[in-house]
Structure formats: structure tokens, C-alpha cells
Write a protein that binds this ligand. Structure first.
Ligand SMILES: Nc1ncnc2c1ncn2[C@@H]1O[C@H](COP(=O)(O)OP(=O)(O)OP(=O)(O)O)[C@@H](O)[C@H]1O
Length: 256
């Protein structure tokens, strides 16, 4: 299912946060949102998962305008993994992941064995099945993050949005999660700070600066060294990875 972001502008407290953003994400591809702190990555994701309505422009997922139709319909199309989750409710890990099934249920419909199988499978995929009975808020930050990814998987949507999903994760878990995201084959938009992860795991990148798209396209084209230097203030290169031979983004501090 394709994502089409057209001419999206956002104002918060009368301040322009996003201006005339256009992004197209083809079905089954992974697009990375990159850019400095405050450049608008989370805000753009919020427009796609309908937490924030743009003052201008539109977001379509497939044929559907995200602001038409119900939140339930949106929940069947789009799963989200965000930071700053507010889930201090004493729920178990299993109950937390079961919330991902909500858009598929009728108002009074109870969870069934099929839902529980989906939940356990999702927890298994992120290596958290052992924690099914644990209280979600008592897990470590990285464990909680993996559970929230499981909740998104349990939602069984064609579109997946992730806002810095590798935060809190150890390096093995970071690469495991990004491998999983690729394996899923969903239409995916992921905000990432690690530009090597962006190079390795994304089909396309969108570079935001001050709420505007500065560059979009293949990772090697977007992460052109002069552009990286101008935006992030670091020297960079894309070189063959010494272990895999694949393109590897490396940086060095600007020479003094
Ligand atoms: N609710 C809000 N009220 C006021 N300003 C906001 C609000 N949400 C976002 N902003 C501002 O919008 C700009 C973009 O923020 P956003 O969180 O989208 O950036 P980001 O690229 O995701 O940043 P980071 O890499 O630091 O997570 C920032 O200047 C931020 O201060």
C-alpha cells in the first residue's frame, strides 16, 4: 500500500514546522527520514498516523485520505512505534501487545485464541516471548521498545511507521530490529539518526532540514558528502563495508 504525502505544511503555535513536504513511498519499500534534531521527522510521521492535521496538503495511504474515515480504519492500515510512550497502566506485556488487535475487533468483541497466537508470534519475532506475563512498565527501556514493536506487528497492517525505533536498544538488538523491519516487506517509514543504518536498511531517504525536504532519493545520492557537511557539520564518505562489502556510511569530525 503506497503512501503519498502531498504539499504538507504544519503550523504549531503559528510557527511553521513543516513546509510544502512531498514524499511518495512505494508499496513494500523502506523510506528513512533523516535530518538534524528539530528538523521535523517526528512531526511528519505524526501527520501520517493522523495524530496531527496539516494546515495544508494531504496524506493518502493507498487510495484513502488519512483524515477521512474512522480511526479504526486507519488502525487497520497503519501501525506505529513511537518514543515517549505513555503506557503506565500496570498491563502485562501480553495485554500490551493485544492492544494491537483492537482495530480488528468489534466494540464488545473479546480477544480470542487467534489473537493470542498472533501476540505470541509477534513477541517471538522480537525475542520477547519470555516476558509475556511480565508487567510492561517493569521492563528495561530496550525490552519495552521491543514489546512496542511486537504490538505494531500484532496489528497486521500493510504500513509501518517507526520513530527512532533503535533508541534504547543494544547494538545486536538494533541490527536485529532493522533486519526484521526489512524482512516484513511492509510499506515502511522510519525516522533514524544513525546514517549508516539509514544507508544499509533503507531503499530511499528523505533528508529534512528546518521542516523542508532538502533531498530525497537513493541513500548514496542523498548522503552526498558536501550535503552531509552542510547539514550535519561532519565529514563523511560511503565506502565498502569491511565485513559485508556493502555500502557503509562513515563520518569524521570536521578538521579544525
Ligand atoms: N507540540 C509542539 N509544540 C511546539 N513546538 C513543537 C511541537 N512539536 C514539535 N515542535 C517543534 O517542531 C520542530 C520539529 O520537531 P520534531 O520533533 O518533528 O523534530 P525531529 O526532527 O523529530 O527532532 P529530533 O531528531 O530531535 O527527534 C522542533 O523545533 C520542535 O520544537
Amino acid at each position: 500500500m503506497k503512501i503519498q504525502i502531498q504539499d504538507v505544511s504544519v503550523l504549531i503555535d503559528d510557527l511553521p514546522i513543516l513546509g510544502d513536504v512531498n514524499v511518495a513511498v512505494e508499496t513494500g519499500t523502506v523510506t528513512g527520514l533523516i535530518g538534524p534534531n528539530g528538523s521535523g521527522k517526528s512531526t511528519l510521521l505524526r501527520c501520517v498516523y493522523r495524530a496531527l492535521k496539516p494546515v495544508r496538503g494531504s496524506v493518502h495511504i493507498g487510495e484513502a485520505d488519512v483524515w477521512r474515515g474512522t480511526a479504526r480504519e486507519a488502525g487497520r492500515r497503519t501501525a506505529v512505534v513511537v518514543q515517549d510512550h505513555d503506557l503506565d497502566n500496570g498491563f502485562s506485556v501480553e495485554e500490551t501487545v493485544l492492544m494491537g488487535r483492537t482495530p480488528h475487533k468489534g466494540i464488545l468483541e473479546r480477544d480470542n485464541a487467534g489473537d493470542r497466537d498472533i501476540v505470541l508470534d509477534a513477541l517471538d519475532r522480537v525475542g520477547m516471548a519470555w516476558a509475556a506475563r511480565r508487567v510492561f512498565t517493569r521492563l528495561s527501556g530496550g525490552e519495552r521498545q521491543r514489546v512496542l514493536v511486537a504490538r505494531a506487528l500484532a496489528q497486521k497492517t500493510p504500513v509501518l511507521l517507526l520513530d527512532e525505533p533503535t533508541n534504547h536498544l543494544d547494538i545486536g538488538a538494533q541490527l536485529g530490529l532493522l533486519d526484521l523491519v526489512r524482512e516484513l516487506g511492509l510499506t515502511t517509514v522510519v525516522a533514524l539518526h544513525d546514517l549508516d543504518h539509514a544507508t544499509t536498511y533503507c531503499d530511499h531517504l528523505v533528508l529534512l532540514q528546518a521542516g523542508r525536504v532538502l533531498s530525497a532519493g537513493l541513500p548514496a545520492d542523498v548522503l552526498e558528502p558536501d550535503r552531509v557537511a552542510a547539514v550535519f557539520g561532519v565529514r563523511s564518505a560511503i565506502v565498502p563495508h569491511p565485513i559485508t562489502g556493502r555500502p557503509h556510511f562513515v563520518t569524521a569530525a570536521t578538521a579544525t
